[in-house]
Every structure is written in C-alpha cells, then in structure tokens.
Design a protein around this ligand. Structure first.
Ligand SMILES: Cc1cc2nc3c(=O)[nH]c(=O)nc-3n(C[C@H](O)[C@H](O)[C@H](O)COP(=O)(O)OP(=O)(O)OC[C@H]3O[C@@H](n4cnc5c(N)ncnc54)[C@H](O)[C@@H]3O)c2cc1C
Length: 352
C-alpha cells in the first residue's frame, strides 16, 4: 500500500501522474475489505501495458491485482483451466504449453495480466481470448453482496478487441478469476504470413506447442512487440494505439490502394479477415498512411514508430496529455479526410 505512487513507473508509456493510494491485492477477501474501507473512486490496473493514465493522476484508490492461482481440471475431451486475474498472461501461456494444452499458444508474448486480457479480448496471429474463455468471476464494486458473480463468456459481448467490461455497465466490475477451455491437440493452423515466413526461414515446423511459441516469439521480437519492463532503453508504447475500423467496401478499396509495399489486395483482405473477423475491418495502419501520416513522424517527444505506424511512442519525457493530443489530432484528421472514425484500443484513465 503506497500513497502518492508514481504511475509512470508502471505504465508501458512511462507516463501518468500519481495514484492517491495504490494497493496491491493478493486475494478476493482482501479485495472486499479494500472496496468497502477505502476512498472512492476505485481504479484497477494490471501491468499498465494498455493504459494511458492522466498526468493529473488517479484520485481515490488504485488496485493492482496480484492473485496468482492456476488450477487444471481434466474433462472428458478437454481441460478447463481456472486462472486468477492477477497472473501475467504470458506466464499462463507458458504453463499451458508445459502441460501440453492447445488453444491460446499463438497469443504467446502479449504483455499484461489475465484480467486485462479479458477486458480487451486480446488477440494475435489469428487467436483471441474469446476462442477459449468459458467464464469470469467478477466483483461488482457498487454492490453490498460480497461474493463474486459468475459471468458466462456469452454474456460479455466479446468481439474484436472488445468486451462489455469496457462499457459503463460492466466497468464497475473487477475480474478476479477466469476459466478457459484448452485441448490436448491442435485447434487451428498457424495461418499468418509473417509467422509462416519465420517458420520457413528458421526451419521450425509449427506442429508442436513449443515450436509455435518459438516462431511467435521470434515474430513478435522482429515486430518490436515484446515488452521487457526492466529494459532501460525499451520502446515506451502500449502496442497498437487504435483499433482496426469497420469501413465500407469502397473505403476499404481506396485505402488498400495506398499500400506502399505492394502487398496484393487479396492478401490484405485475407490478413484483415484474420485480424478483425471480416473483410471490411481494415488495418488502422493503412488508414493512418492513407490520411497522410508517416512512419517515424514526430511531435516533440511523441512519435509514430518508425516501422509500425500504429504504435504511438514516448521517445523520452512525453506527458500523457501530449500523447493524447497526438491521438486526437490523428482521429480528427482521419475523420476529416476519410470520414472514418478511429477508436483507441488503449484505455484512457483519468481526466484529459
Ligand atoms: C509491446 C506491446 C505489445 C502488445 N501486443 C498486443 C497484441 O499482440 N495483441 C493485443 O491484443 N494487445 C497487445 N498489447 C496490448 C496489451 O498487452 C493488452 O491490452 C493487455 O491485455 C494489457 O494488460 P495490462 O494488465 O497491462 O492492462 P492494463 O493497462 O493494466 O489495464 C487495461 C484495462 O483493463 C482494466 N483492467 C485491468 N485488470 C482488470 C481486472 N482484473 N478487472 C477489470 N478491469 C481490469 C484496466 O482498468 C484498464 O482499463 C500490446 C502492448 C504492448 C505494450
């Protein structure tokens, strides 16, 4: 428990003001007493890899969940894995792989906690949390009833990078535990061009869990999508800042025609299918380029990544407000020039 805790030391952007009170919580029972006894509003954080936190900080109480149990339950044709929300996602993936369990291996290396993974329905290389989630136990912070409620995956509105925990009704819930269904054999092919290229180049067949993880980790390393919070010179980003938007076919065709690397339209549509679930969900990176933004473009200490234009970076000394202002400029320009509404994938916490 710490008063006036500098949140910039947690967030992957390296920005954000002070938490009036930060409390690390190790059990559901502890969480109840904190909800009842401490000053409101309540905020919840995992590792801060998808949050842009106001420079004015967070008043009230900020909770960081650190519960850490994993339980494997053998079913007749599958295995149910019950996981506490405070566990790091990639630790979970390593445990699943160690136990020979298929279904989430392509999400290897995504930073953050299990609770936040459900909130954002995280995904990579064609696999998402919603492919395996069965239920979550969550605490309603505005209810007197001191038991978690069990919410079945179907009730959570899970879709591309979205769950109802992002809307007003469910945002008062804290996820404490989750359950996933995993299989003893492969659930899907690795069908993603950049990863297949690495598999070929390194001569590693994507036919075992360990091999798939090796391929994905190499692909993520090359894409700058691994986060080592202890590395001093690490990139300060939250991954992709914007979601891939839904557009009309005409808009999709116009934007795809601006692709600079000569990737064919059918290949882009195939990749979009893997990313977002249908062909009119177009890559937000293509949208930014079509609106005239460039890789490496900078506004003082805020920069669009030199290779991955969708990542907004703090190159040193940026504030959250500066990052927010650049994001707003991008949103406004894209709306004005292309009539497309970009939405942040990054969560905004506090006042901007
Ligand atoms: C280098 C890098 C690469 C990335 N690559 C990917 C990728 O490939 N795919 C992808 O989908 N994402 C990716 N991301 C985004 C990020 O990893 C995910 O969004 C991740 O789930 C964030 O976890 P976190 O614990 O750090 O979340 P935080 O930033 O701490 O929290 C995110 C949101 O969830 C809420 N929250 C956290 N825990 C709980 C809980 N227990 N109950 C209720 N609400 C909660 C918070 O209030 C906040 O609104 C990447 C990020 C980085 C920095």
């Amino acid at each position: 428990m710490q008063e006036n805790f500098p949140l910039s030391t947690i967030t992957s952007f390296g920005t954000g003001g002070l938490a009036e009170l930060l409390i690390q919580v190790h059990s559901t029972e502890e969480l109840y007493s904190i909800i009842t006894d401490h000053k409101k509003p309540l905020w919840v954080l995992g590792t801060g890899a998808n949050s842009l936190i106001s420079d004015k900080g967070l008043s009230g109480t900020t909770i960081q969940l650190k519960n850490s149990q994993i339980e494997l339950i053998e079913e007749s044709n599958s295995v149910t894995v019950v996981v506490d929300a405070g566990i790091e996602w990639d630790y979970l993936i390593c445990e699943l792989i160690k136990n020979g369990l298929w279904g989430l291996e392509l999400t290897s290396g995504i930073p953050g906690t299990v609770g936040a993974a459900v909130v954002g329905n995280i995904a990579a290389y064609g696999q998402s949390v919603s492919d395996a989630l069965i239920w979550v136990d969550a605490i309603n912070t505005e209810s007197e009833y001191n038991q978690p409620v069990r919410l079945i995956a179907d009730q959570l509105g899970l879709s591309y990078r979205y769950s109802d925990f992002q809307n007003d009704h469910f945002s008062k819930y804290i996820i404490v535990r989750t359950a996933f269904t995993l299989q003893r054999s492969s659930t899907m092919f690795l069908n993603y061009a950049s990863a297949l290229k690495i598999s070929e180049e390194l001569n590693i067949q994507p036919d075992s869990l360990e091999n798939r993880r090796e391929i994905i980790m190499e692909a993520r390393k090359r894409a700058g999508s691994l986060l080592d919070p202890d590395q001093i010179n690490r990139e300060k980003t939250a991954g992709s800042f914007f979601r891939n938007p839904m557009v009309s076919r005409e808009q999709a065709e116009k934007i795809i025609s601006k692709e600079e690397f000569g990737v064919s339209e059918s290949e882009i549509l195939r990749q979009n299918l893997l990313h977002g679930g249908d062909s009119f969900r177009i890559s937000a990176a293509h949208v930014l380029l079509a609106a005239g933004f460039n890789r490496g473009q900078s506004w003082g200490p805020v920069r669009l990544h030199p290779e991955h234009v969708l990542k907004i970076e703090n190159t040193g000394g940026a504030t959250s407000q500066q990052i927010y202002d650049v994001a707003q400029e991008i949103i406004n320009t894209v709306e004005h020039k292309l009539h497309i509404q970009l939405k942040p994938e990054v969560r905004l916490l506090g006042d901007f």
